[in-house]
Design a protein around this ligand. Structure first.
Ligand code: SF4
Length: 247
């Protein structure tokens, strides 16, 4: 650490473990230990700047995704605001006495993983192509498909860890911000946001599958809002490096 003053302590504790897309490799001890080739700080900073632009573009896509969900859901008679906060909270209290893997948010994340596989299988079957969409797709969709696939199985274990953290720290007040459970829930929320943005692009690209895509968008949106009810302070958690540089 003394030789590397730019390193940010603990930045890797609340990241999405997608180093190829990370804008902070030059500040991350974990990355620098794990990367097999020695890379100069300048080269890492150039790489980080490219990735920072990628995520800025994705942030704009999320705004469009939110608008799309509301428009499409209204057309199909689905109410995306149909989220009973009291039900979510009472189920939360019940499930804190069970395994964290049975928590409604964790279960919903697991369901999402399956919905993604079903979507890809349906598109492959419909197009009847020799190769799967995953290996043969338009270049313009490559980054969005990468986002979906990278986070498909990432959200569930994060939510289990967040819920377990809450169970273990039951004495901590709901509005206590800097807890491991909130930090973990925040990472899950961010990956859900990014997945929503990517799915909104696929919605427009695959009109033959818009019902399935809309179901995924609405499911993810509900999961996102349920998480915000269960972890009301999660969005405010300050992740080292990503949200602010430590003094
Ligand atoms: S902070 Fe970035 S570089 Fe470090 S482990 Fe996480 S994703 Fe990889």
């Amino acid at each position: 650490m003394g030789d590397k003053p730019d390193l940010i302590p603990g930045i890797y504790n609340y990241c999405d473990r997608w180093c190829e897309r990370c804008a902070y490799t030059s500040c991350c001890l974990q990355f620098q230990i794990e990367s097999e080739e020695a890379t100069t700080t300048g080269a890492l900073q150039d790489f980080d700047a490219l990735n920072a632009r990628f995520w800025e573009d994705m942030g704009e896509a999320l705004v469009q995704a939110m608008r799309l969900i509301r428009e499409m859901a209204a057309q199909q008679g689905i109410d995306p605001e149909d989220l009973d906060k009291e039900t979510v909270l009472s189920r939360q209290q019940e499930s804190f006495h069970q395994n964290a893997r049975e928590h409604p948010c964790a279960t919903a994340a697991l369901v999402y993983s399956g919905m993604v596989n079903e979507w890809f299988a349906a598109v492959d079957e419909y197009t009847d192509a020799d190769e799967s969409l995953l290996t043969n797709h338009p270049f313009a969709l490559d980054e969005h498909l990468q986002v979906i696939r990278h986070y498909q199985y990432f959200i569930y274990p994060k939510l289990v860890r967040a819920v377990e953290g809450r169970m273990n720290d039951s004495a901590i007040a709901d509005n206590e911000q800097q807890t491991d459970a909130n930090g973990t829930a925040k990472v899950a929320l961010i990956t859900i946001d990014r997945s929503l943005a990517a799915w909104s692009v696929l919605y427009a690209e695959y009109p033959a599958h818009e019902d399935k895509t809309l179901s995924i968008l609405v499911h993810l949106d509900r999961l996102r809002r349920s998480l915000e009810v269960v972890f009301p302070a999660a969005r405010a958690f300050i992740r080292p490096g990503f949200d602010s540089k430590p003094a």
